[in-house]
Structure formats: structure tokens, C-alpha cells
Design a protein. Sequence first.
Length: 213
Amino acid sequence: MKMITRFILLIAMLSSSIAWGNTVDKTQPYQMMQIVGSRTFDRLKTEQAELRQSPEQLKVVVEEELMPYVNDRYAGLKVLGNYLRKADKAEVADFLVAFRQYLVTAYAQVLTQYKDQEIKYTVPRAIREDQRIVSIPVEIVQGNRPAIKLEFKWRKNKKTNEWQAFDMVAEGVSLLSSKQSEWGGKIRKDGLPAVTEELATLAKTPIHYDAKK
């Protein structure tokens, strides 16, 4: 659970359609992380009062700032794994819709935990022309506590050369792999439609702030 929380909190900084007055260059993943990260956290700061009054607005923030930079379709298909080979196409399509809705709600809820954490970005490295997957290290610093070291995985669209985030690795464990294990058993036991229905229900969960924070 901690790994998932860290992923959602950190991946939120990958989001913003406009940064420093310029359109974000989606062909430069390292640059994108730094620029849109700054803009996303600035929005959370400036809109904090409004968001606390109307927590559901965090879903709007996620839709506008995060989802354009997350390849939710690819991530969803990765979660299905080997099951995808024999799955009904219509059921897969329904799952992907519910999976995206679930991500929006999950991201929005964890954004309520934002406390102005410090983010340290890695120095950009050269990316080969034929490279389609890149892992970018990031550190989140929280006071005197040990820094949390993560790696974001990005995938390049070979047609547009644009990059989108699709996974995160923490403590050597992939988020997608963990969700694949969690939901894989449910799919085998209850079927894909049952898991889709569960995700759709979770997606409707109201967003709320912790009263103590």
C-alpha cells in the first residue's frame, strides 16, 4: 500500500498541459518531469482552500493535469498480462474504461496528502533514437526522514515520438506487477467483468481530506 501511495503522490508531478507559459514538449521526458512537476504543485498550493472545500475538484485537477501524461491504456493492458490473450475484446474495453476512472479517483484521493514535499530530479541522460522505454530516477525528501527513491517508467509512442508515464518502481517492485498479482487472482476466480465492476465502484468513491490535516 505504501508503494502505491508513493507512486500516486509522485506521479502527480508529471502533470500539466502548460508550463511557464509554454506548451510542454512531450518528446523530452526528463524535461517534462521537471517543468510539469513545478506547475502541478504550484496549482495544489494556490487552490488548496478551494480544494479542501470541494474535494471532488481534485478529480478535475487530475484530468486536466495528470491524465494527458499517463498512458493508462498501456498500463491497463500490462496489468491484464497473459490474460489478455484469451480475453473477450468487449470485456477488455470495459475494463480499460473502469481502470482509467479508478486511476483518476485514486490519484485525486492521494493528492489530499500533499504537504509541499521537496522533489529531487535526476540529471537528464541521452536517449537513443530507437529507445522506447526509459526509467527516470526521482527522490522525494520529507524533512529528516530518509529520502524515498523511485523510478518512473516512460514509454515512447513510435508514431508521435511523445513519451507518457506508465509505471513506477519502488524498492525493486513494479506497481503494475503488484496490481497484476492482486487482480490476476480475482480475474481467474471471478472473471474480468467482476473486476471491472469492482473498479467502477471504487472510481465512485468520494474524495475526502483527513480531518486531522
